[in-house]
Design a protein around this ligand. Structure first.
Ligand code: RIB
Length: 331
């Protein structure tokens, strides 16, 4: 994997911070039912904060723009970010409960999540825009959709106007307009999210719809590149001059929470260090694979050294399936 000789990428994450209340369960609870589960566990989480912690642990120079409550959870969320090496000077304290997520983890490591946005909902456009001083040409801007959609739209536009590279994780998914997608350099939905963002009616068929086909639709809607995350199956990549799939690494999953966040952070770090999009996807698959072998969101984030060792140990199973490539490939 070629890297840009020690280049440390500058990454700003604008997004959510949640405390995750996690219970292991055999299956999803039904309406009107009381289901016994495992012991409650509390972890620092939130898609934004997870991406910030992961980007810092993997080698980025990271600033987080977020809002947390003036409560015990807020202090814990800031402490976890600081502990990972994230600059928290742009995290505001507000008189509202910190964001919270109820997470049910199933025996195969998959999960079901309900979020209570709380303080995350107070990250209004003017507040976020006033904290983008680190965003400049060549730096990376990572966003997700657990804060107000209008904030994400305005932050993406501002970052693009400054020449930053924008990566949007459209989770939880909403239908997005082309004017928002046009400010996204790399869109990273899973298959279900890809269909929702594109406005394709989402029934049981969403997951089986070809990922490269969905990526093509989102590309036409305005995103410059689309990386469809497919869990243990890796990802599908589509740009104007490239179509490829990058298979995932086989590991025994314990808890898939935050795997998508770790993937996004790793993708940004590797690209910022000079990797190609395909090599960055391999690095991101490896980081996400380690993440799913551990419980919790932020405690499951691997260090850079762990990912490098993992990649070395799995070097013979690294695979990139090029479906189509023009002569030269940007990004
Ligand atoms: O992506 C995982 C995250 O989603 C969890 O940490 C939870 O807080 C929800 O935001």
């Amino acid at each position: 994997m070629e890297r840009n000789g020690g280049n440390v990428p500058d990454i700003t994450v604008v997004g959510s911070a949640n405390i995750d209340l996690v219970i292991g369960v055999e299956r999803l609870v039904r309406e009107g039912e009381t289901l016994p589960g495992g012991d409650l566990q509390l972890f620092a989480g939130g898609k934004g904060a997870n991406q910030a912690c992961a980007a810092a642990r993997l080698g980025g120079n990271v600033a987080m723009v977020a809002q947390v409550g003036r409560d015990l959870f807020g202090s814990q969320l800031i402490a976890s970010l600081k502990n990972a090496g994230v600059d928290t000077s742009r995290v505001g304290l507000v008189d509202r409960s910190s964001g919270c997520a109820s997470i049910f983890v199933f025996p195969d490591g998959r999960n079901a999540i309900v979020i209570s946005p709380g303080a995350n909902a107070t990250l209004e456009p003017t507040i976020a825009l006033s904290r983008l001083d680190c965003v400049r040409k060549g730096s990376y801007l990572l966003a997700q959709l657990e804060i107000p959609l209008e904030t994400v739209a305005q932050v993406l536009a501002e970052a693009k106007s400054r020449g930053a590279i924008t990566i949007l994780d459209p989770a939880p998914a909403w239908r997005l307009l082309p004017e928002v997608l046009r400010n996204v350099d790399i869109l990273t939905p899973n298959q279900t999210e890809a269909a929702i963002v594109a406005g394709i009616p989402c029934g049981a068929t969403c997951d089986s719809r070809d990922a490269t086909e969905l990526a093509g639709i989102l590309l036409q809607m305005g995103a410059s590149a689309v990386v469809v995350k497919m869990g243990e199956n890796g990802c599908a990549i589509r740009t104007s001059d490239l179509v490829a799939t990058v298979p995932g690494f086989r590991v025994a999953a314990v808890d898939t929470t935050a795997a998508g966040d770790v993937f996004n952070a790793a993708l940004a770090v590797a690209l910022g260090e000079g990797s190609t999009l395909l090599d960055a996807a391999v690095f991101a698959n490896a980081a996400a694979a380690i993440c799913v072998t551990r419980a919790g969101a932020q405690p499951s984030i691997p260090s850079r050294a762990e990912v490098d060792v993992f990649l070395h140990e799995h070097r013979h199973s690294i695979q990139i399936n090029l479906i189509h490539q023009e002569k030269t490939c940007s990004l």
